[in-house]
Each structure stands twice: as C-alpha cells, then as structure tokens.
Design a protein around this ligand. Sequence first.
Ligand code: GPK
Length: 851
Amino acid sequence: LDLLEKKSHGTNHEPNIHDIVENPQKFEELFVRHVETGLGRSMYNCDNLAAYQAASKTIRDALVLDWANTQQRQTIQDGKRVYYLSLEFLMGRAMDNALINLKCETNTRNSLRDLGFNLEDVLDQEPDAALGNGGLGRLAACFVDSLSSKNYSGWGYGLSYQYGIFKQKIVDSYQIETPDYWLKYSNPWIVERHEIQIPVDFYGYVYEEIDPNTGKTKKNWSGGERVLAVAADFPIPGFNTNNTNNLRLWNAKPTNEFDFTKFNAGDYQQSVASQQRAESITSVLYPNDNFEEGKELRLKQQYFWVAASIHDIIRRFKKTHKAAWHKLPDQIAIQLNDTHPTLAIVELQRVLIDLEGVEWDDAWDIVVKVCAYTNHTVMLEALEKWPVDLVGRLLPRHLEIIYDINYFFLQKVQKLYPEDRDLLRRVSIIEEDPKSVRMAYLAIIGSHKVNGVAELHSELIKTTIFKDFVKVFGKDKFTNVTNGITPRRWLRQANPALSALIAKKLEDPNYNYLTNLGRLKELEKFIDDKEFLKEWDAVKFENKKRLAALIKSETNVDVDPTVLFDIQVKRIHEYKRQQMNIFAVIYRYLHIKELQRQGVSIEEIKEKYYISKASIFGGKAAPGYYMAKTIIHLICKVGEVINNDDTIDNLLKVVFIPDYNVSKAEIICPGSDLSNHISTAGTEASGTSNMKFALNGGLIIGTVDGANVEIAREIGEENIFLFGNLAENVEELRHKHFVEGVHVPKTLQKVFAAIEEGQFGNPDDFKALVDGIRDHGDYYLVSDDFDLFLDAHKKVEKTFGHHGGDSDDPAHLQRWVRKSVWSVANMGFFSSDRCIDEYAEDIWNVEPSNI
Ligand code: GPK
C-alpha cells in the first residue's frame, strides 16, 4: 500500500490520467510521439485513422497505469472478486467511452483541434467491438462498466473472436452477411498479454492411478489435443473513479508442441496445418440470438474459454491463499451469463477433486457457493442441450463428472419425493432420446442462486421451465435482478445535449448524477416549466435531425425530422414481432390510399385520420433464420413502394437502417419519439433497448412483457402505450388456434390480400410469413394482438398531435413532452449500477472496494 501511495503521488514518470486531463501540452506531445514512433508516420500524412490510433494509445497508456494500480490495490486488499463469464461482450466503441469516464473529453477535443483534427471525425474511425449478438452481450458490456464505476473488484472473461457479429448489407432488399474483421488495423485498446498462456486440452481418455500421497485410486484425464489460451486484456475505466477493472478475452493459439508422428511420416505440411486449426476456436462468434445450433466448434469454444478462465482464477487465488480451498467462496464469485459457461461448474469440480485432491463433497459445496446462473430466456429453442456422445468424446472426464453430479442429485430428489418416479426423469441432467446433457439443469444444480432478468421473467421461470427445480430446491434459490443499462454510454455518450440539460437543471456540473441516477427524479420539479419543456423538445428535435442524417447516408431516403419517428430496432425474431409492426404500416398505407381514392385530400387525412410519421426499422437476422430474413425483405419492399409514392406527401416513410449496431444505437435511441417493444407476452425476458429509448426521452409502445412492466410501474401507466394479450393467456390462445383455427381480423386480412396481390413484390417471397399466421397456428399471436396494436397507435397519434418541430405547439408540449420528461425523471431504477448492487448483495455477497 505504501508503494501505491508513493506511486499515486507521482514518483513514477509515466504520464497519468491527470496529466492528460489537465495538461494539453502533455497530450499533444504524447500524441505526436505515438504518431511518429508508435505508428512510424509523420505528422504531415497523419490521417483521421492514424489520429484515432495515436489519440487512443495516448489515453490508453494513462489508463493502463490506473489499471495496474487498481489490480495491485485489489490484490493487496484481498477482498472478494467477482468474475463475470460471458461468451459475448458487445462493447461498441472504446475511445468515446474512455474520454467520458476519464473526463478528458474537452481537453482531448481541444488538443486534437490544435493538431488539426476534429474529435467526432476521429471517433468515427473506430470500428465497433461487436463481440456479441444483442441484448445478452450488451448487458455484459454495461455490467463491466458498472463494476468499475461502482468500485467493485470485478473482471469479465470472454473470447477474443477474430470476427465479431457479421456486418449486414442490404442488397436488392435482402440481407447479405459480410465478415467483420474488426482487428484489421490492430486495436489500440487491447493489452496483449503474450506471457499469459494457458494450455487447454480436448479429447483423449481417462485412466485411473494410485495417488502416491493418499494411496487411493484417482482419475486422470490425458487430453488428445492441446491448444493455448493467450490473454488479451481490455482495461475498463470507471466513471469518476480510478478503479479500473479488467476484461480478459482469450485467443486460441497453437502450442509449440510438434506432432512428431505426422512429421516422421513425412507429413510436415499436415502437421503444421493441424496446429493452425487451433486458431479456429476463437475465429468467429456464432451469430445466433435466442437460438442454439449445437455445433461441435461451439462446445469447443465454451470449454476452451471456461478452462482458461477457471485456471486463471484458481492461479490468482493460490498465489495468496495456497490450498486453503474452504476460503474460495469468500474470495471468489463466478456469475454464469446464461448456460454458455456451465462447464465452469464441472471444470471447477474437476480441478478441485482431480488436480487438487479435495474430497468430492467438500469440492461440490465450494463449487455451488461460488457459482450463480443468470437465465435470459424461456424459449425452448434457445436452451442448450449437448449430445452425450459429443461431450464424452470432447471431454471424457467431464462427462463422468456430470454423471456423478447427476447421480448424487437424483438421490437427493428421490429421498425428497420417493413417490414421484416421473420427477427423476424430468429433472435429470441427462435427457434420454436423444441422449443429451441439459445445460440449464446442470447450471441450476451447480449454482447457489438462479436469477431471471425482469420480474415477470423471473416469475415465469419458476412456474414453467424450472418448475420442478423449485420443488426440489425451494423458491429462495430463485431470484430476480431486473436488467439495467449504463447511463454513461446510454445517456451521456449517446445524448450529450440531453445529459447537459439535465446536469444544468440538477445543478450538477460534474455529472455526478450519472452514478446516482435516482437523482433524475428531481426533474419532476420542472414539469410545469414551459420554457424547460421547450428546451427539452428542442434537444429531441436536434437528435432527430442527427438520426435523419444517418438515415439519409445509410438508405438515401429523406425523412422529415418534424414527423413522428416510430422505431423498432433489435434482432429480427418472430417473437419480437417486427412482422406485426410492418403489417400495421401496410394497413396504414392501404387506408391512406383508400381515403385518397374516395377523394379525401392529404390535408384532410392529416387533419382527421393520421399524423405524419416515419417507421424506422433495423436489426440483424441470424444467417440461417429464413422467417427473420423474410421479415427484413418485406420491410424493405414495403419501403420501396411507400417511399416512392409521391402522392402522399410526408404522411408515411418506411426505412430499414442496415447493420444496426452499438454505435448506430447511440444515434438512434436519442432520436426516437416512439419505440416498439411488442413481443408476444411472456417471450421477451427483459429487453434493454426499451430502457435506452425511455432514458433518452422517447415514449414506448409495448406489450405487457419483460421490463416493460416495470418501466410502466416506474414512470406511470399513463406515460406508456401498453396493449395486447397477457402472458397468462398465451397458452390458452395457442390452444384455441389449434382447436378452432386462427381468426384473422379484417384489418389484417386486408394486409394479407395486398401482399398476395403482389403490391409489394413477388407474393411467393412472403408466403411463409402469411401462412405461418393464417394456416399454421400463429404461434406468436399476431392475429390476436393486431387490432389492439392499431388502437394503441391511435392513442399515440392523439397524444403526439401535429408537431411540426417548432416546439411551439402547446398541446404537443403539454401532452407529449411532459410525458417524456416525466418518464426520464423516473428511469433511475434502470441504471446497471443498481443491478450490480443487487447482484453484489443478493448473489455475490461482495462490497465495493475501498479506494
Ligand atoms: C436472451 F437467450 C437470450 C439470447 O440468446 N440472447 C439474448 O440477447 C436477451 N437474450 C433477451 O432476449 C432480452 O430480453 C434480455 O433483455 C437480454 O438477453 C439481457 O438479459
């Protein structure tokens, strides 16, 4: 600690954050050094890309010192550490975030200006770190931000994919996937830790031997293929603190061990080629959201990551605590983000019993105390089940341990419920026919807590997919932590103008409210202040212009920023029901055309029927998901027709923004008037973009699902447009479809007729979409909710009024902008800081560290 004290008083000569924040000359000097020596270029041909790299390196160098100090301090303090294991971290851009969290934005902007660069252009050079699919991966990214910002000692562990989520192009109204080689120009934010190399084995066989120390027989695993896990670290800065945690991502590399059998057989080429295959393990992120493909390489990824992480965690523990294994649960909490890291449970048990000689029962007790599992979905196609054969071949010792875990567990169940024979079959980790390992069940059994991600979802898992486990373990094992988002990125970074207005009103020039988001409540004081409402609305208008510019550059469509921006951006999925949204858009268009045919003028239509709006879509479809791709195709074709209809003025526009990602979301969320969160009730576990939109002053149209329910409670039901059937009625409605057939309402019939007439291109292209509803049971209840959706939209329009963007419409201010302010004032609950505090208290039993 003395050493740290000295260091922080400047005995080291490296620049620190304060130099850069306070001393522009220092920044410029370091920047030039990075350009000239680091990048080997001259200042005369330094372009924006080189400027981005040099500026990032300058800031990173300073950040790395905070990071090293934090790690030393945490080690010396020897408190409990949290490890968040996630196969996805959807980080987005790092530089802007670092400037904000380190509070050196103004200085960097000024220094760059002096050097001849514009900060925004420089920031725009950074490719997104898109190592995730959607909500699950972005949640992990928000969590590491909060862990640092709230002074926890917490690391993330993940994989360093060479290719992140694919880039989406729209060609002829179809989605095309192209690879995202995001490391093309090397990444200035990564600290490569070449010295941290952990061998990970696969395949091979298990044998027994006598332990020379105890004289007992023990199991050993001799792996058949070895790869190295090499660490790549991302320092994670906190806001307003020098607590800087680490996100460690593993790269797969070949070992130097050479296959002499192949070599001696004269096959040098083959021998090198098979070594090279090692790298394929971390080559690509699987692009599925809420869906598991069950590919062998995916299981390899999972074990590779888990084995390296557990090894690293145990090594760190042993440095201080040697073999005091009973202390492990006081030193370490491991959070499993979904079932993807479930093998961590098995690996930890294996390390303890096979390698460290701990007795089974003691080891198992430790494992359960250390691990906890978060569930993110109740949809069956997303639940992981690995074929027993595959697990046994890839990880023979692990399969044995899984069988043992299952054996002891089923014994316990049988004792508890000796009468219920079927229960054993239902809760067994092993599913018969086809024989497979149910990862969620293993995760539940090996964890001390299981949490859902919103209240409704956490209730649902207890009454549906995990019902039997509540019977076995009792309900206290199951808990809820409602998701949240980091206000640093999703308010301050995405919406500088709104966050500044809030800072002004809260008289908080240092933006401390960003780590105390409950303070937003104070905005309620200004709810009757007309000038404030106007200012608020003016910020929204500027953000809509920014979004309109993005739309123009991405789609070449002009949208009028004065119209209502009605947005749905998220992964494309039948359960999220983008199809229902586009059907409603078609209905609106058909109705407008019908009115025109009856001689009603556009002015009259605007007066009596519809306000002007732009329907804005975005999101990726998994490459193999035909229905989702069909939905994209329909949206694009509808856009083509409507946007080229020059008889309807600005009444309606439809755009599909290609390649929706984190950095686009930062422009899209602040630019919405209304956003759609309209999943079939009971299917969306939480949703987090609902929070991003609401925090940026957008209103929500949504179903009674996921976190919408809690958002409604916090901001008041009068401020959200909820509609649709409830989760409790979904089963019954599906059954009714099955027995009586689907009743398609007249409104939706008109839409289907127009599609089938070919108004939006070849009807065959959309056949599956229409038939799925009309003839194949309408699993997602579009027919049941369609008219309710249209009604909800009528309410939206009434409330929005004819805006015009001049902020002077008193009715708009009174009805709409008031709701917007009131909503933001009550969104404090949805900060990921609150989530992390809840995890810390309820699941991890850790406290923030003393800094
Ligand atoms: C859930 F199961 C999954 C998945 O595979 N991917 C994914 O992004 C999402 N999720 C849920 O769909 C969202 O409702 C939720 O907010 C998010 O995880 C974070 O919990």
